[in-house]
Design a protein around this ligand. Sequence first.
Ligand code: C2O
Ligand code: CU
Length: 539
Amino acid sequence: MRSLPTRRTLLGASAAALGSGLLTACGGGSPSGGATARTGHGAMHHGGSPADGPPGYVDPAGPEVRAAEAARKATGPLTEVRLTATATPLDLGGGHTVRSWAYGDTLPGREVRATAGGTLSLTLANNLPEATSLHWHGLALRNDMDGVPGLTQRDIAPGGSFTYGFALAHPGTYWFHPHTGVQQDRGLYAPLIVEDPKEPLSYDKEWVVVLDDWIDGVDGATPDAVLAELRKGAGGQGGAHAAHGPAGRPGGTASARPSPAGAPSYLLVGADSDILGAEAGDVAYPHYLVNGRVPEDPSVFTARPGDRIRLRIVNAGGDTAFRLALGGHEMTVTHADGFPVRHATARSLLLGMGERYDVLVTAQDGVFPLTALAEGKDRSALAVLRTGTGTAPTAATRPAELDAAPLMAGSLLPDESAALAERTPDRTLALRLTGSMNRYDWAFDGTPYTPDQRHPVTAGERVRVEFRNATPMWHPVHLHGHTFALGGAGGARKDTAIILPGGRLTADFDADNPGLWMVHCHNVYHSESGMMTVLGYQA
Ligand code: C2O
Ligand code: CU
């Protein structure tokens, strides 16, 4: 059950011709625009728009979407990948082997590398006992390949498969995961690196760093059981957080709340962060991982002293923000969510779920901890950089760099090449984040997600989304298919951004990618509880 990435590099116009022919043969990106899903019984279903939404909106496989795809003029290399989502044992190191669901038998799934200006064709076979889907986090791609079941495609049934085929418009650090239930909080995630054929940075080595919080398969736990507990949560018991509010919290230490029934509880209380607030997370995870390894048995990256290393950092967690630092090093931040920023130095970074940063470091001589502190949770994940001799850091190592206030996206400026031009918004959408931990009723504007919701925009508009967080918890909000300017034109480009408790966030973007696009919190338990909605291009 290994994933079998294959890569064929072709040049010039012949690649485009071959690419489109091949995609047609695979059933993805066919000329009719219909996504095609194959079931285990071999029947073919034409995707098109699976949801019967309100009339007057662009169809995910409609002519506007096909025209936008054609305008991307993908003439570069074609990358072909075959992937199997399957139940498998995963070795997390340190004697921890869990049964989970993953892409192949590795955690994270093997990275996919492709080239901007080229085409990606990925066939996902579903060997899971449940329907699944695959979403390309951060990509501005054709809407019918965005991987949202019930909105942009049909479920990929157990035993079925689906071929995603699309042009890659932008280079950068991305990742992919299911958009089905809480499957993302299992092992179903992998990095997607879109290389820039005209890469302006020079560096000696690349280190892809994927952060995660882990519970699946530990003492029988599953993300579905976690969600069930959160949902009945506090509501039935008068409020876990109410009972353990800041005054009653034992010594400010985050801990799992003992369950009245004596069953293991995953609810977290007292996850206090001086940045994210008193509810930095909902879930007490048994493990925090870098590249699929527990801190007692970390992955080791080897380089030479003086090497310039590009780190591509992805937070693939379900409910954990990570504060990350490389002991003994300063980082130069070069990209946020795949897009270039004006270089900024940082001793530590804070990543909400779904956020990515690229940084450059110049390796010192020795052995150094790359520590990712689970913000507010008093636990950490670890990887090691080794360029010489020295004592290996341990899970308890706390680099001094973590004490500095971590860099967040709001302090970054876009690189000139990525700046959104100044323009008065043609339309402003107001979205209020609502809900509470006690009721577990996360939503936008008090209305939990249904696939027929539409916040209308029109192609060609400059759109401003004004998010207002009316909850006591922070949320990493994510917009599909676009990379907005944070805080309005002039801000760093992002597809996922942290909104603090009670805070606001302005996100400006050009409506240049027609379709139906999710807006949601990237806390997987919040989104699955209802904190999602849909931005719809009017036909
Ligand atoms: Cu990474 Cu809709 O999500
Ligand atoms: Cu949230």
